[in-house]
Ligand binder design. Structure first.
Ligand SMILES: NC(=O)c1ccc[n+]([C@@H]2O[C@H](COP(=O)([O-])OP(=O)(O)OC[C@H]3O[C@@H](n4cnc5c(N)ncnc54)[C@H](O)[C@@H]3O)[C@@H](O)[C@H]2O)c1
Length: 338
């Protein structure tokens, strides 16, 4: 196939995608749709952006899909704008890369999974972490020498916490910071430990948020594995990061570290080993952090590889967020219901 022609809907996070695709051979962003003129103004105006990035801008996503011969589309919009766009792209048979969080709640998440299944086109949810080389290698080790995961300890904190009036707290939209941001962490744990069963969590609205803005949780998995985690918006941007994940397995231990969302080091050892093995990996840049996830998506479009993260994976991560949130509020252990 010649270079993959991608269209992007939404130029918030979508601007990061435009920059990311410039790093990937065999793919180009030929068009983007953005229906908020003020956003285009804040970017220096439509014409300047088109010229600078060698793409065509549209106000209507449907118009873009009709006028361009796209090979694939990325839907970089908030959860409440997704359904209509998934329908439009699915009806045109376009492979879709869909932003996280999958949905604002489990019910809507299930409906969207069914909607995606009603089309032939592949749908990948954007979970960059599971596609980064350090994580891919860890999972490979866990299907080999290290064996399956027994226990994990994970952390992802950020200094960023949206103000109380932000869309991120809207129950019809992201439905809270834990679902908005930390599905990245929940998905990583499900990627390594399988399907989650229940969650028990403490936490609170430490920064005056309308919903919990940080959590300390324990997750039980169907395999019998368990994970403890801390996550939320109570970090400090200048020093966020470091420890991301430790995992104890049938045959040993692995530790993943690096700056926050960008793991670059994997240290691991079999239980009886005298020395650990330390492997270092390329980590993407902060604002092009979806590089490996997009590479995987293009391989799906180009040669039919299975999608790196399915709509079901998106639903599972949102169900974990909802269970953790509910557990903080009720004080109960909550089933991860998906
Ligand atoms: N993968 C990541 O690491 C990462 C990072 C940040 C945000 N996100 C996710 O990306 C999604 C978008 O976040 P954001 O911060 O860019 O949101 P945003 O609302 O700031 O930007 C989305 C843009 O899409 C436009 N839009 C919506 N519907 C449209 C349509 N039908 N046609 C044309 N334009 C349309 C809006 O006008 C808006 O400018 C969210 O779900 C967020 O959680 C992911």
């Amino acid at each position: 196939m010649a270079s993959i022609k991608l269209g992007i809907v939404g130029l918030g996070l979508g601007q990061w995608m435009v920059e990311t695709v410039k790093k990937i051979e065999g793919a180009q962003v030929v068009a983007a749709a953005e229906n908020m003129p003020a956003r285009l103004d804040s970017m220096g105006g439509a014409e300047a952006y088109e010229k600078e990035n060698d793409l065509r801008l549209y106000q209507e996503a449907d118009q873009m899909m009709d006028d361009e011969s796209l090979d694939a589309i990325a839907l970089a919009v908030m959860p409440k704008h997704r359904r209509a766009l998934i329908e439009s792209a699915g009806n045109r048979g376009l492979p879709m890369l869909i932003e996280k969080p999958w949905a604002g709640n489990v019910q809507i998440g299930r409906e969207l999974v069914e909607l995606c299944h009603s089309f032939d086109a592949p749908c990948q949810i954007e979970f960059p972490l599971r596609c980064m080389p350090a994580m891919v290698r860890l999972r490979e080790l866990m299907t080999g020498n290290l064996g399956k995961g027994w226990m994990a300890n994970a952390n992802l904190m950020m200094g960023w916490c949206p103000p109380p009036e932000s869309k991120h707290w809207d129950a019809e939209n992201h439905n809270g910071l834990l679902n908005e941001c930390y599905v990245h962490l929940f998905d990583t744990l499900a990627f390594l430990l399988g399907r989650p069963k229940s969650a028990f969590s403490f936490g609170g609205s430490f920064r005056g948020s309308p919903m919990p803005d940080a959590a300390a949780a324990v997750i039980e998995f169907e395999s019998g594995a368990s994970a403890s985690l801390t996550c939320g918006g109570i970090g400090a941007a200048s020093v966020d990061g470091g420890h991301l994940l430790e995992i104890w397995t049938e045959n040993g231990l692995a530790r993943v570290s690096g700056r926050q969302w960008l793991p670059d080091t994997l240290e691991w050892a079999l239980r009886e080993a005298k020395e650990p093995t330390v492997e270092r990996f390329h980590a993407p840049e902060r604002f092009t952090l979806m590089e490996y996830n997009m590479r995987a998506f293009f391989n799906t479009v180009r040669r039919g590889d299975p999608v790196a993260a399915t709509p079901e994976d998106g639903l599972i991560a949102t169900a974990m967020a909802m269970a953790i949130q509910e557990s903080i509020i009720t004080g109960n252990r909550v089933s991860v219901d998906c």
